[in-house]
Design a protein around this ligand. Structure first.
Ligand SMILES: *Cc1c(COP(=O)(O)O)cnc(C)c1O
Length: 225
């Protein structure tokens, strides 16, 4: 995909989000597009920044560290979200680099993030990843354990969690997973719902997504993970 294709992809995704918002009687301003730029080089991201997109998602700390400091010099108001699995030993770099972390999913990571947040005085917004499909290979807290984990984040680690994130199983219809995430968020008074990707953000918006994470519909097909 060429650079102008990504700008066209961005335009189309924005238009689709507006249409979904209108279909489901939601304020389009309540839905944030997180443009997922993993695996794409800075040269592919720059035109999308130039076209006005400001919120981006990355999956790997090292990759984000290599690409984003230079881009942020030119676009200081760019916002970077961590949406991939996070190792506790990367907590320092993650807190330095990211404005939001969508993948908090275990006590050891909560502890590591709390320590770095206190040390650095930076407070990325935090979301707990929920493994709604209870898939063994996938990160995230299983639904029956989310309430207790949120309570532990608050009382044991002093963390403010603002939302939930999920990645439904690839082979299932996503809507029941989005609905479940919404139910757990409401029950816990959480306002951020990170759900919906290129193939299913319409259904996610119908079910209350505040953050849709869209990669390939903007940047094109990824050739690596
Ligand atoms: C890669 C990725 C996305 C974007 O997926 P697309 O299908 O390319 O839109 C969204 N969320 C997470 C967690 C991802 O890893």
């Amino acid at each position: 995909m060429s650079e102008s294709d990504a700008v066209e992809g961005l335009r189309q995704v924005r238009e689709s989000i507006r249409r979904s918002a209108s279909d489901y009687d939601r304020d389009p301003a309540s839905i944030t597009l997180v443009a997922v730029s993993k695996t794409f080089p800075a040269e592919a991201i720059e035109p999308v920044l130039a076209a006005g997109q400001r919120v981006f998602g990355e999956n790997y700390v090292q990759e984000a560290k290599a690409k984003w400091p230079a881009l942020r010099e030119r676009y200081p108001d760019a916002e970077l979200h961590m949406i991939g699995p996070l190792q506790s030993n990367k907590a320092r770099e993650a807190v330095e680099l990211f404005d939001a972390i969508h993948t908090l999913d275990r006590p050891s990571l909560a502890e590591a993030l709390a320590k770095e947040i206190a040390k650095q005085g930076r407070t990325p917004r935090l979301l707990v990843q929920v493994n709604t499909g209870e898939e063994p290979q996938k990160g995230g807290v299983i639904p029956s354990e989310v309430d207790a984990f949120l309570e532990a984040c608050r009382t044991e680690y002093g963390l403010t969690v603002e939302g939930l994130m999920c990645i439904p199983p690839a082979e299932h219809p996503p809507s029941p997973h989005f609905a479940l995430l919404n139910t757990i968020a409401k029950r816990n008074g959480l306002t951020m719902l990170s759900m919906g990707m290129s193939a299913d953000f319409d259904a996610a918006i119908q079910l209350g997504a505040t953050h849709v994470r869209v990669g390939s519909a903007i940047f094109g097909t990824r050739t690596k993970a």
